[in-house]
Ligand binder design. Structure first.
Ligand code: ZN
Length: 472
């Protein structure tokens, strides 16, 4: 069989790996949106956004719901993929929220495009029109999904077994373990997906995967380390005390609605319930966060012991007497200007779009406000600019002084660090591992991690380029 790395090759986004068996059976593992494809000359199949013919794929397997792993599935459907899509049950529900949201962003992009095009026929959009999928493609994709349980072996065909192994990171996230028989020989391949952390709020720790012949491993935090999550809770407590009690003022936390927001709301709720904080109002201001809360609550069997005990004791994970979930946009704007100490958790985490924008605009010049950046903010995003702004920032073509305090932490990251990645690899005996392919990382992280694996004695550690194929 042959594996081709069509995404997340020497970079972080756009996970997509194609396995082609000698029988011509084709399995696509992840089908992610590339958030950073600028300047890349991707070979594509004629009339397609993929480098292969979508209708020739037999099966898609998704490791988890994040768009850099699922965001091109509707395109695959649009281009004629008719086969089943396998993923865990929580991944199905979270991907539904994310893909419909992406379709609605596409819709407004398309409306703007048609308006501009009407005004000046030569207008060229700054996005690829062929990648703009619609709600109907998401609906069709969801109808092809077959939800799987974790830790159970499924027979995809007479000669292919599939098992999903829970890996923390995000509700439903899993390693994909495939056993394939070809020419009377059995070979196994393990795809890490995104590896989670030990003691992450709500989620169980990553489980130990079975031994495989070949491993495809992410390297986002290769060579980098997080502070412990016990310290994270203490750090958040001290941020809240400083911003809302000592000052006292507003604490604004921009957070991605799915995963990160649940981890933060749960941790804040815990601090209140354990009487470590007085009852400061908390505003959860993102309709998508409410939908994600419901998915999290529906799959409480995926929770760790601590949050299960918490739920039994207090009844609620994400709700308390001082918690307010904001549905209407008007209400959201009102809390921006409200006086007095409070905590606002809103999206988007990168400060690109979403309700967080008016909270920042209304409070950036207020010295009583603190903005706590908890997510990854790629270069070029407003979040990145704010993190690095020298006391003044350009907003709507005006230079706005920053009087609010800006704090940073990556402690709520759902990605495992160097030690978590090593823990994953060490589940594989080096003498039984025929090859390790490193993906989903910046070059320096990948090189750092590769060096560590070679030092540990792993053979054939490769960092494939986009489009590179290997015979397994
Ligand atoms: Zn992810």
């Amino acid at each position: 069989m042959r594996i081709t790395f069509w995404g997340a090759a020497r970079k972080v986004t756009g996970s997509m790996f194609l396995l082609e068996l000698e029988s011509d059976f084709r399995i696509l593992i992840d089908c992610g949106m590339d958030m950073d494809s600028e300047g890349e000359d991707m070979p594509v199949y004629p009339g397609s956004v993929f480098p292969f013919e979508a209708s020739m794929i037999n099966v898609v397997i998704l490791t988890h719901a994040h768009l850099d792993h699922t965001g091109k599935v509707p395109n695959l459907i649009r281009e004629g993929f008719e086969g089943p899509i396998f993923c865990t049950a929580p991944t199905t529900d979270l991907a539904e929220i994310l893909l419909y949201d992406a379709a609605s962003i596409n819709k407004s992009k398309l409306n703007k495009y048609h308006k501009r095009k009407g005004q000046s026929p030569g207008y060229k959009p700054n996005f690829n029109l062929e990648e703009i999928f619609q709600e109907k493609h998401v609906k069709q994709a969801l109808s092809q999904v077959k939800s799987l349980a974790v830790n159970k072996t499924y027979k995809l065909t007479k000669s292919i077994n599939l098992k999903m192994i829970s890996t923390g990171h995000l509700l439903g996230a899993a390693n994909v373990f495939l056993e394939i028989e070809e020419n009377n020989e059995k070979k196994s391949i393990l795809f890490s997906g995104d590896i989670g952390r030990q003691n992450y709020p709500l989620l169980k720790d990553p489980e130990t995967p079975p031994q495989a012949d070949y491993v495809i491993c992410e390297t986002t935090y290769g060579g980098k380390y997080h502070q412990s999550l016990v310290d994270t809770e203490e750090e958040l407590l001290s941020f809240i005390q400083k911003s809302c009690i000592e000052k006292p003022g507003k604490l604004i936390i921009p957070a991605f609605s799915i995963g990160r927001t649940q981890a933060i709301l749960y941790t804040i709720n815990k601090l209140f319930r354990e009487k470590r904080l007085p009852d400061i109002p908390v505003y959860a201001d993102s309709p998508m966060a409410m939908k994600s809360n419901r998915v999290y609550e529906a799959f409480s069997n995926h929770f760790n012991e601590e949050s299960t005990t918490f739920k039994k004791k207090y009844g609620e994970l994400f709700y308390g007497n001082n918690f307010d979930y904001i549905e209407q946009l008007g209400e959201s704007k009102k809390i921006s200007t409200k006086q007095g100490p409070c905590i606002i958790v809103s999206s988007s985490g990168m400060l690109e779009g979403g309700r967080i924008q008016h909270h920042i605009r209304m409070n950036l010049q207020n010295p009583d406000t603190t903005i706590l950046m908890v997510g990854f903010t790629p270069e070029g995003t407003f979040g990145h600019k704010l993190r690095n702004a020298p006391g003044v920032i350009e907003m709507g073509k005006k230079n706005v002084p920053i009087n609010a305090t800006i704090l940073n932490t990556d402690a709520f990251s759902g990605h495992g660090d160097h030690d978590d990645l090593l823990r994953f690899i060490h589940s594989q005996k080096k003498e039984n591992t025929k090859g390790v392919f490193l993906v989903h990382g910046e070059e320096t992280s990948m090189d750092n991690f590769k060096e560590a694996l070679i030092e540990d004695g792993y053979q054939n550690v490769v960092t494939p380029s986009k489009g590179e194929s290997f015979t397994l």
